[in-house]
Write a protein that binds this ligand. Structure first.
Ligand SMILES: Nc1ncnc2c1ncn2[C@@H]1O[C@H](COP(=O)(O)OP(=O)(O)O)[C@@H](O)[C@H]1O
Ligand SMILES: [Mg+2]
Length: 373
């Protein structure tokens, strides 16, 4: 069997740059080398694409250790090493010259998980893992995705959308609106982001403006949503037309909510795989996960995250991540491992789904075969 060359794009312009490096390292470690040869392509924080030779050296840096150390000095040193390796090694964007057959965009957050890179790969006529332009863009935007979910009959938390100019011009008005429509606590979030970057839980009016200011450093669009006291469940979904849902996982954050530190630094948040819940609740969550996946037109893969109100057990869909964390301890690969799909097989299936979608799309010829004008 001939092996395929997989372009593994990682890094990127978002606040989740470093998590992407860790995910990509994990994919590189687990991939079946007899089936795939790897060409890593790194994107710097400022958006320069770096060629595979230099990117391979960047991928060798153990960024997991750097993030876990929580040392600003170690982090800066690692980023400096990366920048030295990247210097003068721009990627040509000639995917054909690099013999790349299929791409795994392992990028979290804006400029990667949001349809932008997917659009670029479509333009280059390359199959790629995961969701297409539309579903990536919808699910990246926490307001737009809620509209889609709600349309499909799924419960969403009450929310409001603001832009910086709204609170620059009328903070008292914004405060009053939030207090009447939502009430404290609220979660203030950049509309397009992930890994809890820029998110605050706000319990009183004096903390509202700093939270909005922080979120506005990550996105011009801000979502403020009603805070629940909730259990957090996650379901991994895999597939194109007939997606399958993994068992349900539960997250018990070690902090007040599942913030960046609770996710990546402290290491004391608990993941329960499978979640210790009744069979009927598990089936319900898995059904809702598929429903949400289809509502947002997802293909390939996604992780569907839920909040269940501790007071009345109402299930709300929180969000869909179309390029979920891919480290070996991340929920997505672990949930499927529990269902008997080992990490290398999971990557293999994702690549097969990417190629199947690409072939299916190639059957569309802009009406050229149609008898209609
Ligand atoms: N409405 C909410 N009520 C309660 N907790 C929330 C709510 N929204 C977010 N959270 C908490 O904040 C975390 C991060 O929010 P989320 O919307 O998932 O952002 P991200 O895309 O960064 O993961 C969640 O995992 C959860 O712990
Ligand atoms: Mg989340």
């Amino acid at each position: 069997m001939t092996s395929k060359t997989l372009g593994l794009i990682f890094g990127g312009r978002s606040g989740e740059h470093e998590i992407s490096i860790i995910s990509a390292r994990s994919i590189a470690q687990h991939i079946d080398n007899t089936k795939y040869s790897l060409k890593p392509i790194y994107i710097t924080q400022s958006g320069e694409w770096i060629n595979p030779e230099a990117s391979e050296k960047i991928l060798a840096i153990d960024f997991d250790r750097v993030v876990k150390s929580a040392s600003e000095q170690k982090r800066n040193e690692a980023l400096q090493t990366i920048s030295n390796l990247a210097e003068g090694n721009r990627f040509s964007f000639d995917f054909q010259k690099e013999h790349i057959d299929v791409v795994f965009p392992c990028l979290h957050g804006p400029y990667g998980e949001d349809g932008t890179v997917q659009g670029l790969l479509d333009m280059h006529k390359l199959p790629y893992v995961g969701c297409d332009v539309l579903s990536s863009a919808i699910t990246m935007d926490k307001a737009m995705s809620k509209i889609c979910f709600s349309h499909a009959g799924l419960n969403i938390t009450d929310f409001l959308v603001f832009y910086r100019h709204n609170f620059d011009s009328d903070m008292p008005g914004i405060t009053a609106l939030i207090e009447t429509k939502l009430g404290y606590p609220v979660f203030v979030k950049p509309a397009n982001m992930g890994s809890s970057v820029g998110i605050s839980k706000v319990k009183s009016s004096e903390d509202l403006q700093p939270a909005l200011e922080l979120a506005a450093t990550y996105d011009r669009k801000i979502v403020v949503e009603k805070g629940l006291e909730a259990r957090e469940f996650e379901v991994a979904v895999l597939g194109n037309q007939d997606p399958i849902a993994s068992p349900v996982g539960e997250i018990v954050p070690c902090n007040e909510f599942y913030d960046f530190n609770a996710k990546y630094v402290k290491g004391t948040s608990k993941l329960f795989i499978p979640a210790e819940i009744s069979e009927s609740l598990s089936e319900r969550l898995r059904d809702l996960a598929i429903k949400a996946y289809k509502a947002a037109a997802c293909e390939g893969m996604a992780r569907v995250d839920f909040l269940m109100d501790k007071h009345n057990d109402t299930i709300y869909i929180n969000e869909i991540n179309t390029i979920p964390g891919f480290t070996s301890i991340s929920m997505f690969p672990k949930l499927f491992a529990h269902a008997g799909i080992a990490y290398p097989d999971l990557i293999d299936r994702l690549i097969q789904l990417a190629i199947a979608r690409y072939d299916d799309k190639s059957n569309v010829h802009n009406g050229k075969n149609s008898l209609q004008p």
